[in-house]
Design a protein around this ligand. Structure first.
Ligand code: NDP
Length: 331
């Protein structure tokens, strides 16, 4: 069986960015249901930090990365939606996208429209599909209608800037939080109806002011520990708390009994990988994403580029809240 050389980023144990090591590996032929893809660009995501640090336990050694774009180099038996030479992009489970070349299950890989560059494809698949499932598939009872208020934390980040634009296209009034005035200005420029600098302002007070005391229909919270309690209090009766991350640390255990007096609230903890578990739903969500990107309703903003060998610095900057929009690794 042939083997092909690739560089990859691997950790042998959990820890800080210094654990990220560049290793030389070999890649084989795809098995049934798999493809081999040669990457042109790789996306960086906050989930990579959780997997590196150990917040999300993973078997070791671990090749990190869950997003990339490139050209299909080989196709295993049973794969019908991709062929050799196709431009393609993906958000993948299992991880392993920080590399030149890899074999992975074809069901998570989509053909990339000609109008979308490799860099954009690499930056947007995991983050864009996340914004898609949050805004379109994770709605409060009765759904979201034009004019409704939603609160979206970390609105100037990778997922955040996509969500700001997409929410605006849906007619929603997205209230975005971010950790500096410059980040707030960025979120506003990308479609947030209102912005709150949660480093200097009390976001609960501001949300109540903005909504004339009524609260928001949904909160999309990826910050976790630091924002959880006040986020619940931002909700209107029957509102939906959609937790989807823990950038500040995991949410402490709580009793469901608190949700009644706060207005019969709904709480859900979502992960993209349930939504993209099948090829059909992955493609349907990706088609929706490709449509808003090719129409120009959502622009994918790549604010940071690092070489693969500089991935340690990329992780440091992401964790230190120095990044905005999307970050990619170049090859
Ligand atoms: P971002 O680019 O949004 O970076 C994370 C942001 O979180 C930071 O820029 C920072 O923005 C904010 N933040 C708040 N508190 C902290 C803290 N203590 N340390 C570090 N950052 C903090 O990352 P992504 O776009 O990759 O992901 C956004 C979030 O969504 C992450 O939490 C991620 O895990 C989650 N996610 C969840 C998915 C799911 O399906 N469950 C899928 C994809 C992403 P600021 O300075 O403005 O506060």
């Amino acid at each position: 069986m042939s083997s092909y050389p690739s560089r990859a980023i691997q950790i042998d144990q959990n820890g800080g960015p210094e654990q990220l090591k560049l290793v030389n590996v070999t890649v084989g032929e795809p098995g049934p249901g798999e493809i081999r893809i040669r990457h042109h660009a790789v996306g960086l995501n906050f989930i990579d930090v959780y997997q590196r640090s150990g917040l999300y336990a993973m078997p070791m050694p671990l090749r990190l990365g869950m997003e990339a774009a490139g050209v299909v180099e080989a196709v295993g038996s049973g794969v019908t939606h991709l062929k050799v030479g196709d431009r393609a992009a993906y958000a993948s489970q299992p991880p392993g996208s920080y590399c030149d070349l890899r074999v992975l299950p074809a069901k998570c890989v989509c053909k990339l429209p000609d109008a979308i560059s490799f860099e954009t494809g690499a930056a947007m698949m995991l983050k864009g599909l996340t914004a898609q499932y949050l805004l379109k598939r994770t709605q409060p009872q009765g759904g979201l209608q034009a004019g409704d208020f939603v609160l979206f934390h970390a609105a100037a980040g990778g997922v955040g800037l996509i969500a700001c634009q997409w929410a605006k296209a849906m007619g929603l009034q997205l209230i975005g939080t971010a950790g500096s005035d410059a980040k707030c200005a960025l979120a506003k420029a990308h479609g947030a109806a209102y912005v709150i600098n949660y480093a200097t302002e009390d976001f609960l007070t501001r949300v109540k002011e903005i909504t004339a005391g009524r609260g928001v229909k949904a909160v999309y919270d990826s910050v976790g520990k630091d924002t959880w309690d006040k986020s619940l209090d931002c909700l209107a009766p029957f509102g939906l708390m959609a937790s989807f991350g823990n950038a500040s640390g995991p949410v402490a255990p709580f009793s469901p009994a608190i949700l009644g007096p706060k207005g019969s609230l709904y709480v859900t903890r979502q992960t993209l990988f349930t939504h993209i578990a099948t090829r059909e739903s992955t493609q349907a969500m990706a088609d929706d994403l490709f449509a808003v990107v090719t129409s120009g309703q959502v622009r994918i903003r790549i604010d940071q580029r690092y070489r693969l060998e500089d991935v340690q610095q990329a992780h440091r900057d992401l964790e230190a809240r120095k990044t905005t929009g999307c970050t990619i690794l170049t090859l």
